[in-house]
Design a binder for this molecule. Sequence first.
Ligand code: PLP
Length: 359
Amino acid sequence: MNWPSHGSNPNYLYEALDLPKPEILIDFSANINPLGPPPELEARWMEIFRRITDYPDPDATELKKTISEIEQVEPPSILIGNGGADLISLVSRMLSGKNVLIIQPTFSEYEKNCHLNGCKIHYHHLEAPDWEMNVEQLQNKLKGIDALFLCNPNNPTGVQYHFESIIQLLKASKEAECLFVLDEAFYDMVSDYEPIIPFTKEFQNLIIIRSMTKMFAIPGLRLGYMIAHPEIVRRIKGYQTHWSVNVPALAAGEICLKKQPFMVETSNYIGEERRKLFTFFKKERYAFSPSKANFYLLKDTDKEDQLPLLRHLLRNGIVPRHTYNFPGLDGRWLRFGIKHSSENDRLIEVLKQWRQHHQ
Ligand SMILES: Cc1ncc(COP(=O)(O)O)c(C=O)c1O
């Protein structure tokens, strides 16, 4: 089967399964803010448009200044990227030929990029149903490892690791002279996030990657940033294409980051929808991951193979993300983004129908 490697672009999934595409689809396969972009972005869109005749600032000075004020880090510690994916690719290039440890199941781009750059890849697998980290076990695997990749909250489980565990792992990585690449693409979707960025001052081995495409619903624009020691930022920037972050993305970034109430409104909305969905899943015997983020894993506990459920959902215009390319999940779960309330209600309805026919 030719499974698509990422969510979004539902056509590929219908093609892979040779299913007719219903006229109306709800795409649950990408984890994007259901409230859409901040309204101010649309209001100022023509103003942004007028600036596309200029080349972008290759140093993204203004956006870095804004991030520097919000996150209390100096601009030389910041690198702006063409989405978090760009930064993952650049970090992996710096790690060319090195030993890396990836904590699975997680976002597939770490493995893909490390593989492309000739890294020797080692794995640590977390297990269902809680996918929690045991730092003692992990510590023993750090010997000889040059860089560790961790995603928090993790994609695809939505698990938010304990703050203490992350700090313990950070200290162990420093002792082992291992870089700690922490992907915080979804940090702003959880309601009780504790910031790790202040630790970049003391821990020169810490690299934090953030995406701005999820919270601000701008995956089509591409924008993310990295925070790390200035020397690491300087090295990684050396690999980046000149002008790789475009004018509209830089302008949108500044507008979006000043929208703190929008971010709070989003994480509250997500929290309420998640509670509604999880209450239904419990009642109807669907298993789900203990997610604190804007997506979760789900499966019908009565079935080992989720493919028939996936087909049922697709036929009804509900598009989840398959998990065949997440090592350790191997298709035994489906991932769903938390969408708008009426869209989540439609998912509940289609899952109810499935339950009625598969008691
Ligand atoms: C964990 C994680 N990190 C990074 C990214 C990349 O996001 P973007 O390149 O859109 O900023 C994604 C996208 O799905 C993701 O899930």
